[in-house]
Design a protein around this ligand. Structure first.
Ligand SMILES: [Fe+2]
Ligand SMILES: [Fe+2]
Length: 286
């Protein structure tokens, strides 16, 4: 693993990945696994991002990251402090962004709230991307964001930029390339290693505090191959099938809640501080 790049060096704008997903799942078009309608440099940076992601997210890499980061025992921070910290981090590299990270979180939560969903659902929206704090710990973007997928078993062709998996060393490990690979059929996703990133990390930080539907939203929101494409059903159990309804209910708020009017952070803060305190202690280990 010594030849891993420490950074993609090109994907300055995390929003690009969200934009690419919107295009991929535009309801007016058939799902596309190509990045469409974009200027070449942007398309190339998303492509470069997924090339690194698919090449380096091996089963061994995921296990090594789990040993390094789990259980989370690092810096103690409350949820709102984590939101502010994430905001500073991404703003620096992203001068032209339409919405800051804190605005994306608030817009997601506010659109869930506007639809009258339960308070834990709103809270899941508020915090779902806080795992991106991994970037603060020096992790390259390809190990933090982007679509996730199971490792240790055959890759689904429905994963974005599937062809880049040919560059992953696991591609030539026979034991990892059967349909179920190292797993038992129907073993349940809790027993399946998913490519490492902000979903799994945040799930591990908050797993003692939220209802299971909210935890599924957080843990699998980037796993488009499962929640959008319906892949990997052979690894899922009844609990997964039941709770993925929650992941699918969450997804449109993540993908489409960006609006032109920016949320008033100061005005919204008291409401959300109260919501946070209903479920979380004043500080958590990250
Ligand atoms: Fe995310
Ligand atoms: Fe998000």
């Amino acid at each position: 693993m010594n030849d891993q790049p420490t950074t993609t060096g090109q994907l300055q704008d995390l929003d690009l990945l969200d934009e690419e997903r919107k295009l991929r799942y535009d309801s007016n078009a058939k799902p596309q696994h190509e990045f469409r309608n974009y200027e070449a440099p942007q398309r190339d940076s998303v492509k470069d991002f997924y090339r690194a992601n698919h090449r380096f997210q091996t089963l061994d890499f995921v296990l090594a990251k789990k040993r390094a980061f789990l259980p989370p025992v690092g810096k103690r921070m409350g949820i709102w402090e984590a939101m502010e910290t994430l905001n500073q981090l991404v703003d620096d590299s992203d001068p032209d962004t339409d919405a800051t990270q804190i605005e994306h979180l608030l817009q997601t939560a506010e659109s869930i709230r506007a639809d009258g969903h339960p308070r834990w659902f709103i809270l899941a929206g508020l915090i779902h991307d806080l795992g991106k704090l991994l970037c603060l710990q020096g992790e390259p973007q390809w190990a933090v964001v982007g679509d996730t997928f199971p490792v240790g078993c055959r890759y689904s062709a429905s994963v974005v930029y599937y062809d880049f998996f040919r560059e992953n060393p696991d591609w030539t490990v026979d034991a990892y390339q059967t349909e179920c690979g190292i797993y038992e059929p129907g073993c349940g996703l809790d027993n399946v290693h998913i490519s490492w990133g902000h979903d799994e990390y945040l799930y591990q930080v908050v797993k003692d505090y939220l209802p299971e539907e909210a935890l599924y939203m957080i843990r699998y929101h980037s796993c488009y191959a499962i929640h959008k494409e319906g892949a990997y059903g052979h690894l899922m159990n009844d609990r997964d099938r039941r709770l993925f309804a929650a992941v699918r209910a969450f997804n449109p708020y993540d993908l489409y809640s960006k609006v032109d009017t920016r949320p008033n952070v100061a005005q919204l803060r008291p409401y959300y501080e109260e919501l946070i305190s209903e479920y979380f202690p004043p500080s958590l280990s990250w």
